[in-house]
Design a binder for this molecule. Structure first.
Ligand code: NAI
Ligand code: MN
Ligand code: ZN
Length: 339
């Protein structure tokens, strides 16, 4: 079989590898579609501190189970599945309180072990989530990015009274906008980004107002409208954003951080305590696959609004380069592995 392997930073090849055999408790997935994420590009470019090389990248993928290991029901062969990349121990403190996404021995498929940019991949059977017949392949491959939004929103119980402000209209901001509007019926969702094309996508995803905060002051914009956001999500992830969010927030607002910057950021505590703000963070997803599959079945989210390109996996380098270079035209780029 062929796999997309990052041999070392900046060296990506399609390599012939032996067909993997599922270990006890595992299934083998014949991959049909996979999605390119910023973190795949970070591993490729050597910017992911967790990655070990060589690595088959890819943590957003969908396919069919074509073999099962010992102890796994044979009837699963042929099942359509999307794979949760989070592998956890089930026993440590975070696992015991429902946060397997920060398990003390966390393994992420496509980061710490070989991932889904491959004709076949073996994964734990419990990570392979059944996709009902009424969910299309190209929606099934988008479950993982929407689980990030499910995790973000799951931290803060959004409601119809909320005025939400989302920084960043990349895939992460856009999935969050769709969840806030389609699932939680949030009254007002404002999206700030520096790229007009992305702001247009945010509108198509349901944003009520968009603002190019590279050209216009976000503070002035909110003042003019006479509003203070009650829920702020940083899906742009620049270290300067937290302090700005603290000062723009309504009293009693919640702020969710998604960034992994290692740069220090300066914040003033008075701004937090004076308004009794709550600051949350969100990493990957904690058992959110079933939730998102349900959203898809109910038509509450529409992944088509994020998908801009599809390439055959033999063109993976072109696909990643386009994804990296052209944020105006590109949002979610898919790779096809088999029909
Ligand atoms: P992306 O790079 O496609 O989107 C980021 C967007 O933010 C861009 O459109 C950019 O123009 C905009 N932006 C940059 N600075 C801004 C600012 N100061 N104000 C407003 N907009 C600004 O990235 P993607 O895939 O949407 O991911 C967003 C971030 O989320 C990344 O930093 C990524 O590392 C992080 N992430 C976190 C996850 C988690 O589980 N915590 C999961 C996936 C991504
Ligand atoms: Mn991803
Ligand atoms: Zn654990």
């Amino acid at each position: 079989m062929e796999s997309v392997v990052v041999r070392k930073p900046n060296e990506l090849v399609i390599e012939e590898r032996p067909l993997p055999v599922p270990a006890p408790g595992e299934v083998r997935v014949k991959v049909k579609l996979a999605g390119i994420c910023g973190s795949d590009s970070h591993i490729y470019r050597g910017h992911n501190p967790f990655a070990k090389y060589p690595r088959v990248i890819g943590h957003e993928f969908f396919g069919l189970i074509d073999a099962v290991g010992e102890g796994v029901n044979q009837q699963r062969i042929g099942e359509r599945v999307s794979v949760d990349p989070v592998i956890s121990c089930g026993e440590c403190y975070p696992c015991s309180i429902g946060k397997p996404n920060v398990c003390t021995s966390l393994v992420v498929i496509g980061v710490h072990r070989d991932g889904g940019f491959s004709e076949y991949v073996t994964v734990p059977a419990k990570n392979a989530y059944h996709i009902p017949d009424d969910v299309a392949d190209k929606h099934a491959v988008m479950v993982e990015p929407f689980t990030i939004a499910a995790n973000v929103t799951g931290q803060v119980a959004p409601g119809d009274k909320d005025i939400a402000l989302i920084y960043g209209a990349g895939p992460m901001g856009l999935t969050t906008v769709q969840a806030l509007k389609g699932v939680y019926n949030v009254k007002t969702v404002i999206v700030a980004d520096r790229i007009d094309e992305r702001l247009e996508m945010a509108k198509r995803c349901g944003a009520d107002w968009v603002i190019n905060n590279g050209l216009q002051s976000l503070e002035d914009f909110l003042k003019e409208k006479g509003i203070k956001p009650t829920l702020i999500v940083d899906a742009a992830c620049h270290p300067s954003i937290l302090q700005e969010a603290i000062s723009l927030a309504s009293p009693a607002a919640r702020i969710v951080l998604m960034g992994f910057s290692s740069e220090p950021c300066q914040i003033v505590q008075q701004g937090i305590t004076g308004k009794e703000l709550s600051i949350f963070s969100s990493r990957l997803n904690a058992n959110k696959f079933a939730t998102v599959i349900n959203w898809l079945q109910q038509g509450r989210i529409d992944p088509d609004k994020l998908i801009t390109h599809t390439f055959d996996y033999h063109r993976v380098i072109d696909a990643i380069e386009l994804f990296e270079k052209d944020q105006r035209k590109c949002c979610k780029v898919l790779l096809t592995f088999s029909e």
